[in-house]
Design a protein around this ligand. Sequence first.
Ligand code: MN
Length: 310
Amino acid sequence: MSDLIPKTQLSDSKDCPAASHQPVRQKIMTREAQIGDGLTIRRALPHRDRRMIGAWCFLDHFGPLNLKTAGLNIAPHPHMGLQTFTWTLHGEILHRDSLGSKQVIKPGQVNLMNAGKGISHSEESLPDSILHGVQLWIALPDQIRFMAPEFTHYPNVPHIQHEGLLIHILAGDFLGQHSPSKVYSPLVGVELDAQHDTETVLPLTPGFEYGVLPLIGEIEIEGETVDLKTLLYLGCGRKQLPIQMKKGAKVLMIGGEPFQEEILIWWNFVARTETELIAAVDAWNDHTRFGEVKDYQGHRLTAPKMSLHK
Ligand code: MN
């Protein structure tokens, strides 16, 4: 996914409250953003009140979108310093990148692109009536953020039945299951699907901070209702989480060890300094880095010029 240019803002993790080492309940209101050909999605991260949860530094919830009126078409654009993590509930997306990858993702699968020092990609919906999913970014730790880019498609991930929930383990470990998704810092991502009305307790890792975002329906946590427009941040220090869900509800839960490095996000780049970001903008616009997405029908996106932050 990619921001449209006019709303691009520098996101600096230093400007945001640090990870809470105590359990908290902080409601983060998602906001509408435009992607691709002007499709409206809900962006949960980054947010001025919460830049990251573990290394997860970006979270878009798209759909359900009716593709009969508009398709998803995100022209070639670059990334660096992050992994893009795509998971769908409905519909299909064609990914192409500058490594020559061409891969359709379907529900139950993961597309994980490690941008490393630089890559470019496009994303297009395939004909289907409804598209629904999430895309997240995972910040890469400093020691490996200049690694060679790579793209991996996971045709399935583990799932487990737990007290009325079907749980998909998208990344990390949960309830004894291990996701194959290759990540570079301690983190977890799961989707919980309520098979019937249920009230259960999920085991958590006290050293991780967590957040939950409903994808379908509402959930209740510690007596508090969380709706589709809200990412509930839970802080660290919890061994377990009581959760109530109605049949058919689906929720994304992400977590991880608080990321120890301050990061800067500009447009589609994650970096540590503004100098790096300015160089990346110029390199993309000058076609000197990030490669090209072959066979894409149409123009690539142009990176917005960066104005200095302070
Ligand atoms: Mn992208």
